[in-house]
Write a protein that binds this ligand. Structure first.
Ligand code: MLC
Ligand code: AMP
Length: 491
């Protein structure tokens, strides 16, 4: 059973360190006993296997305990990004049909969201007593449901089975040689695939010790590596922050040389950042590619050439192909859509059979990313087929979701949101607006920012604005968003 592998360390290495947080360490045995208590609480409260438990927790021990307790009780863990605003939280609670929303603080905003969605609200920190029992679940059962933005409307729940998670994370962390001797400095948020699946599940599967950080602070990461952390994983924006630090602080650069492995993913790592990091620390960052729906499907090799600007080859258990617009398989160097198949794919978009069907071509999942494959087998991500998907600081953002909120501003007649290339963030959110009546552009930008922040995560805030007489459209009336990208934006 794949699922059982998640619990192996509890039996085989109960006294080994699992997670360290703010100077305190939880062993695998302690983690297990806390998780059993959480499972007992769920069981006392009548949570059944397959029920969705929505979890809004910042990085802390409670988060990993809750995840494992949910797994032990057979509930589906539905993580909520703690940067989300009320609209995003309401949507996840309603769409997932969560039985309960779990958080750390007795926060009024969460209580309101839970009440609006008729979901019970519990906060951790209560005195839990009952010890639960591990419920048996099938490998094909849902373990985790991650919400991800799409090109239209609200985010969709990606249901991932135990089989998908364990097969894929085991394959990836084996490729990267994660072991009991490793210490992972984990500063990624623990509600998306990157931090949660590779970081937390990698720790469980390989017995790696993870040191958790709730914020990306380069000096703290370099100190952790100086103190013995062997692996760091980040999104490119984190490397941009890290490289600025190590270039200015030779001691920090020296500390980084002691690490075993640096990996990057979730967005494109520029060859320039790759070279700067190598020059400062001697490390060639290992870049890989993934998606909430497919987990981690492509990776540069551990031993072979880590080639900048590429995402390497299929991970064990996965196949990948490049398909042209007319449905033919592309040859080396030809640009086409990336499709993947194998043991790591989602079970479905939650309660959206049509969207699930649309996303597949037979057994192949259509990623929506545009790629090339070199003659010697390295994939490179060229871009995305939709301009309506933005990646900023590693977070996926649907332009439509922002437009829907900002269209409500009284002076906005029309709005088109786009990602504009940016050295630090990868892309920055900017908007072209047609106004109802002339106004001060800087004032309009700050009003739109305020409106956005009242409903959505802070990182979805519009950072630049251009006021236009009309949006650029093609002969059929479709907005040509790519034509906005080169314009001069008020910031
Ligand atoms: C923060 N800000 C962002 C942002 N993060 N703006 C755009 N995009 C982002 N991602 C803004 C805030 O709104 C704020 O603006 C200002 O930056 C400072 O906020 P902060 O909280 O201090 O920022 P910081 O802690 O430095 O966060 C940057 C970051 C973070 C890069 C560490 O964004 C992050 O953790 N990104 C990782 C996302 C991730 O895990 N993605 C994986 C998805 S899974 P203001 O105006 O309010 O001051 C996936 C699959 C795969 O993609 O392959 O892995
Ligand atoms: P998410 O839906 O948040 O899981 O984001 C998945 C998307 O992140 C993919 O479809 C890609 O567009 C992007 N992505 C992930 N890894 C990389 C990478 N190494 N290079 C470029 N884009 C990436």
């Amino acid at each position: 059973m794949k699922r059982e592998q998640l619990f192996n360390q509890f039996e085989t290495r109960p006294s080994a360190p699992a997670f360290t947080w703010r100077g305190e360490t939880l062993t695998f045995g302690e983690l297990h006993s806390h998780a059993l208590t959480w499972a007992g609480y769920l069981q006392d409260k009548g949570i059944q296997p397959g029920d969705r438990v929505a979890v809004y927790l910042p990085t802390c021990f409670d988060l990993v305990v809750t995840l494992l307790g949910n797994y032990i009780a057979g509930a589906i863990h539905v993580p909520i990004n703690t940067r989300y605003g009320p609209d995003e939280i309401d949507h996840i609670l309603t769409d997932s049909g969560a039985r309960v929303l779990v958080s750390q603080a007795d926060a009024p905003i969460l209580k309101e969201c839970a009440a609006a969605s008729q979901v019970e609200f519990w906060y951790r920190g209560e005195d839990l007593r009952t010890i639960g029992a591990r419920v048996s679940r099938d490998d094909e059962d849902g373990a985790l449901m991650i919400y991800t933005s799409g090109t239209t409307g609200k985010s969709k729940g990606v249901l991932l089975s135990y089989r998908a998670i364990v097969s894929n994370i085991d394959a990836l962390t084996s490729l990267w040689r994660f072991s009991e001797d490793d210490v992972l400095a984990l500063a990624l948020p623990l509600f998306h695939v990157h931090g949660l699946c590779i970081g937390v599940h990698g720790t469980l599967l390989k017995g790696t010790h993870s040191v958790l950080f709730d914020k990306m602070r380069p000096p703290a990461i370099c100190d952790a590596i100086g103190d013995g952390a062997t692996i760091f994983m980040g999104v490119p924006t984190m490397y941009s922050m890290l490289v600025d630090h190590v270039e200015a602080h030779p001691n920090a650069a020296q500390a980084c040389r002691k690490a075993r492995l640096f990996t990057s993913g979730s967005a494109a790592l520029s060859p320039n950042l790759f070279s700067r990091f190598e020059a400062a620390t001697g490390h060639r960052i290992l870049e890989r590619y993934g998606m909430s729906e497919t987990l981690l499907t492509l990776s540069n090799p551990y031993d072979g050439e880590r080639r900048p600007g590429t995402v390497g080859q299929p991970v064990a258990g996965v196949e990948a192909r490049v398909v042209s617009e007319d449905g033919n398989i592309c040859g080396p160097g030809e640009i086409g859509g990336l499709q993947v198949r194998g043991n790591s794919l989602l079970t479905c978009y939650w309660q959206q059979p049509d969207k699930t069907d649309e996303a597949f071509d037979g057994a192949w999942f259509k990623t929506g990313d545009v790629v090339t494959l070199s003659a010697d087998g390295y994939f490179s991500i060229v871009g995305r087929s939709s301009v309506d998907i933005i990646k900023s600081g590693g977070y996926k953002i649907g332009a439509r979701e922002i437009e829907t909120v900002l269209e409500n501003h009284p002076n906005v007649r029309e709005i088109a949101v786009v990602g504009v290339p940016d050295d630090k963030w990868g892309e920055e959110i900017c908007a072209g607006v047609v106004v109802a009546k002339d106004c001060d552009h800087a004032e309009l930008l700050s009003e739109l920012q305020e409106l956005g922040r009242a409903h959505l995560a802070d990182y979805k805030t519009v950072r630049g604005l251009v006021v236009l007489d009309e949006l650029p459209r093609n002969a059929l009336g479709k907005v040509q968003k790519h034509r906005l990208r080169g314009l001069e934006f008020t910031r």
